[in-house]
Design a protein around this ligand. Structure first.
Ligand code: SF4
Length: 383
């Protein structure tokens, strides 16, 4: 509830300027399954969601979004991701749009970023939408990565600040900013630095790909507790890998975190972050095989024998963001309709059936552990 931030409006919801921290989530149903999506919007609202995000990837999704809009009074947000060109048709059906500066960079390369953002802002103004500038660790615009080599946090902060300056110069201030990473410590660092830089801009907090509960909840608390306790953060999302019928838990957990902070109940997990780190996305309408959540749960169970090793395994739900978001992990899996692609860092090892991929993952994990152990042994004998 950043007191110094300005107030922005998402229809009748005020974010910032000391307003209560709002809690949001995102539908994981297929947008074209209107009935299931309306049901999930309602379930999230019933759990106390102030805002509900929906993904759109194509004109058919937009048609369905209009039908969803007609069935609910919920405040709707659209994540434009790689589809900023759909903004004009999407905007009349939603209250807020999120654009990702990194994705804007890769699309319509012949146009300047300033031109693309100005076009989005004109649409938002015309339709009374708020905007979220959503900067994500996995998709920071390359020019910022080049300007701040080896300093990911600064690249994220500078990218966000630059886009804020651009929106301000366009006479648009009805926006929030998010600076997300899957590492809670980086989330704290980015948001602290950004709030010092732009104390007037409301912040949307979250840890991206926090993963399965309970670890995903702990990671989120590690980031959100110190920030919110210092007055940083105006709205939040808890991103958890959950089956569709349990999605409202993201809201319940978000509200519980806020309540605990209000009552000075902080969870201290000093050793968290050491050992095996499993990150997994919260899933969304892009998931093409519902077995993704089960796979993430099985990966967690199967790898428990390796919990003391400092390795990261990423499990992502789709072929849109999965390939990029697994690049930094020691081992990565991203799910397609019938196969799962296994990766080691940025190298693709192959695509395998859902049933075959776990033993292969185990094989690769064993090899990494053996390598780590032999390094540790040779370091020991050199002493
Ligand atoms: S990785 Fe894909 S399925 Fe998972 S949340 Fe991101 S876009 Fe959705």
């Amino acid at each position: 509830m950043g007191k110094s931030t300005r107030k922005i409006s998402v229809r009748d919801l005020v974010i910032g300027g000391g307003s209560p921290v709002s809690v949001q989530s995102m539908c994981a149903t297929r947008t074209q399954d209107v009935e299931a999506t309306v049901r999930q919007v309602k379930a999230l609202e019933d759990a106390g969601a102030d805002l509900v995000r929906i993904a759109v990837d194509n004109p058919k999704d937009v048609e369905c979004l209009a039908k969803i809009r007609a069935c609910t009074q919920a405040r709707l947000v659209v994540d434009l991701q790689e589809n900023f060109r759909l903004a004009e048709s999407v905007a009349p059906h939603v209250d807020k749009m999120r654009y990702n500066p990194g994705h804007l960079h890769h699309l319509d390369k012949g146009k300047a970023i300033e031109e693309k953002v100005a076009w989005l802002v004109a649409i938002a103004k015309k339709n009374g939408n708020a905007i979220r500038i959503g900067v994500n660790c996995g998709s920071v615009a390359p020019d910022f990565l080049e300007r701040f080599p080896g300093n990911h946090v600064q690249a994220i902060v500078e990218c966000a600040a630059w886009h804020c300056g651009l929106l301000d110069s366009l006479g648009f201030t009805n926006y929030v900013v998010s600076l997300k990473d899957s590492d809670p410590k980086k989330v704290v660092e980015c948001n602290k630095q950004f709030s010092q830089r732009r104390p007037d801009v409301p912040i949307h907090l979250g840890v991206t790909e926090a993963g399965l509960p309970p670890d995903g909840i702990i990671k989120t608390r590690i980031a959100l507790e110190p920030l919110i306790a210092q007055g940083i953060g105006d709205t939040l999302r808890v991103s958890l890998t959950l089956p569709n019928d349990r999605k409202p838990e993201e809201i319940t957990v978000g509200r519980q975190i806020l309540d605990d902070i209000r009552h000075n109940r902080f969870i201290s997990v000093p050793d968290f972050g050491k050992g095996l780190n499993i990150i997994s996305c919260p899933s969304c309408s892009r998931v093409e095989n519902g077995a993704f959540v089960e796979l993430a749960q099985e990966v967690k169970k199967m790898t428990s024998y390796a919990r003391q090793y400092d390795l990261t395994i990423a499990v992502m739900g789709c072929r849109v963001n999965g390939p990029g978001e697994t690049d930094d992990a020691d081992l990565g899996l991203w799910c397609g309709p019938t196969t799962v692609t296994l990766k080691q860092k940025s190298a693709t090892l192959g695509s395998f059936g859902y049933a075959e991929v776990l033993p292969l993952l185990r094989q690769k994990l064993d090899q990494l552990i053996a390598k780590k152990s032999s390094h540790a042994l040779s370091a020991h004998t050199r002493r």
